[in-house]
Design a binder for this molecule. Sequence first.
Ligand SMILES: [Zn+2]
Length: 462
Amino acid sequence: MSLADRYKLSVLNIVLKVYQLKKAETMSLEQLEDLQRKRFIKMLKHAIKHSKFYRGYYQEHGINLKNIDEVTVKDLPVINKEIVMENFDQLVCDSDIKKKEIEAFICDPHLAHMKYKNKYEVIHTSGSSGRIGIFVYGPNDWSILKALVFTRVSKNKLRLSSKAKYAFIGAIDGHYAGISLAKDSPKFLFDFLPVDINGPLHESVTRLNSFMPECLCGYASGVYLLALEQLKGSLKIRPERIVCSADPLTDDMAETIYKAFNVKPINFYAATESLGMAAQCDLHEGFHMFNDWHIFESIKQNGEATKPGEPGSLVITNLYNYTQPLIRYRMDDEVILQEKGCSCGWPFPVFSKLAGRKEEFLWFEGPDGNKEYIHPITLVEFIVAGLKKIQFVQVEKNKLRLNAVIQGDRDATISGIRNRMDEILKKKNLINFVDYEINIVEDIPNDPKTGKYKLIIPFRQT
Ligand SMILES: [Zn+2]
């Protein structure tokens, strides 16, 4: 790694970013908008200079380096995951980054904890659309993100006398958003325990009991499962701060978590497109949008902006990722921008998020007739080289059909799917209990009832 990159990843650089973030927290709304505008123009210039895709795309819309200072975000076309993935090699700002290489990189389990080319953090998702997305962060991008989450979300207490202890529950065996960020905190300040959401629950409970985290973070569904264990009495931890992200945290879940730990969970909105977009403050109202490093918009189906209080699709512009710029990128989430701020003192405006679609758990009968689940996130993040789209249909109680759309090498892709599926079943001790078949198809249509893609279809006894 070059000296410059080492500096960008250094604690010193992170401390400087924390200072900038802290400063933004004391700004007025107008000052924040000014800062946002400056960062937006800087990002736009960078994208037009270094990204072949953006240069060409914006040229078509009459936008170039000469007239850039007059441009507002609303003058630009909206993009989405499909456009980003189709134009990947031309969109990224470093010609060293190649989609084909990254696909091979993320599918190799031995490289799960490595940086791509020893430099880039790679995060992948398929999300609820079933379409795979890859997002790359360079050293400085990554440090801004770490500083942001540290300052505004995890808010870990730092002591010189002993390390802060925190645990993360989620998928931990790949380049997933949560674990990539959680594991990357400085070792001299933090003691970190990763807890595998796909492992047997009783083992997680034992490890957590001996670790005793002060901060518990992870997938909302994972923290909820732990809360149920705490209420049963098997788990006996006393976290002081709880942060939930990834899957939806419903009011009922939040209440159960509070009942179990006497701590109200902080709901944190993060996605692979930006791992630190918005979070609740300690007053637990809406999500504060971190608009010093993002632009948030809410638009209607026809592309017009929604009025405050009206639901719309969230469109984000990431102002810190100079490696893979995302400018006016439409997320899969629906939000309602609020007119009224929050009384906590943060200048960041607030949105409420419409509960995302909850994917379903698949339940199977395991050894000794006990029930065992496969967590939906495992299937949402089912990444295999050559696999374009997948759907999991539970056709019988202990039988699955995997509908798969593939591209490229058929045999290699099928064997990749098989390996990944076996791995998931093995972890849950279900390998000899659950049967599955792989069904290669041309396309997987959306659910005719909802018009939306259905990734998981559980077995319903009739
Ligand atoms: Zn607040």
